[in-house]
Design a protein around this ligand. Structure first.
Ligand code: BGC
Length: 303
């Protein structure tokens, strides 16, 4: 099915270049045989309208506790089949995660391009950190590993960056210029920083120091669950964290993503910020949709 939908990647990308708006002057497609760099990702101008031709890409979101995926209609930003969620294997080693991602792709009988998130720094496919996965990932070419495991071309990017791209294109950040920050509160804290709609990749603001500790130990969803904190108490930690972000970046808009974005009414009343703060619109589907969307615009490297 996917072969028919996609044909080869190259014609799709030249189409993409034509359809993108004027400020994007450099080609999005990596040169043949080259892996897209984070420079290419940063060039994802999220204001770009979805492309004219229909395109379905398998979106996969690798998280610290679950690996979720579904085929995404990247024109509409919608899932075209029910999402499959598999638990993240523990320990979350490269071999174990690659096997789970391969199971997911097989479930959808997938043979086309995949956009995939990873909960760590990802530069040109290489994993640069491992706060919530096995340290054996550091320095590995995660993109190549997952491409081998699935037999499909894959574009790998940081999970918060993918969610941010989805929100900027299709969700709460639509039409927003200036400095926009998406913060995901989940197993860890992820961040995606946009300056006039251009992504600054791999910002890792979840590891800022808050009250002498790594911020994600106080303000992530996992911290709330582990410590058994009330929403009110945890909301105060989130407030302190966002105030720190506010002091450092003076953003125009903060978007709160992750599963907790569904429960904004429980902790938003604790937030005392001068900055506008809104919950993410795509909630926990943002990673899947953003990964698929980015893979379509940037194009995964050929196998
Ligand atoms: C990682 C980030 C990731 C975030 C959310 C953090 O621990 O360092 O790369 O985006 O968790 O998964």
């Amino acid at each position: 099915m996917t072969d028919q939908l996609f044909g080869s990647v190259a014609p799709r990308l030249s189409h993409a270049e034509q359809a993108l708006p004027a400020p994007l002057t450099t080609p999005l497609a990596p040169e043949p045989g080259k892996t897209p760099s984070t420079r290419a990702l940063a060039r994802v101008l999220v204001a770009a309208r979805p492309l004219a031709a229909s395109a379905v890409v398998l979106g996969i979101d690798i998280g610290g506790s679950g690996i979720k995926g579904a085929p995404v209609d990247t024109d509409q930003g919608t899932l075209i089949a029910p999402r499959l969620r598999l638990p993240t294997p523990q320990p979350a080693t490269p071999t174990a995660i690659a096997a789970t991602v391969a199971t997911l792709a097989r479930h959808f009988a997938w043979s086309g391009p995949i956009g995939c998130t990873f909960p760590a720094v990802v530069k040109a496919g290489i994993i640069g950190s491992a706060a919530n996965v096995d340290p054996g990932w550091i320095g590995r070419d995660g993109q190549a590993l997952l491409a081998r495991a699935t037999g499909c071309p894959i574009l790998l990017l940081n999970d918060a960056d993918a969610a941010g791209i989805a929100e900027m294109e299709l969700g709460a950040g639509r039409g927003e210029a200036g400095v926009v920050l998406l913060v995901t509160l989940g197993t860890g804290i992820g961040s995606a920083l946009f300056v006039d709609r251009r992504l600054v990749p791999n910002t890792e603001l979840g590891h800022l120091e808050l009250d002498g500790k790594d911020a994600e130990r106080r303000a992530s969803e996992r911290a709330r669950e582990r410590k058994g904190w009330s929403w009110r108490h945890w909301g105060d930690h989130v407030n302190a964290y966002l105030q720190l972000i506010e002091r450092l970046f003076s953003p125009d808009l903060i978007i709160i993503g992750g599963g907790v974005s569904r429960k904004a009414d429980r902790f938003f009343p604790r937030l005392r910020l001068a900055t506008r703060v809104v919950p993410a619109a795509l909630q926990n589907q943002a990673g899947i949709i953003g990964a698929a969307f980015t893979a379509r615009v940037v194009g995964p490297p050929p196998l």
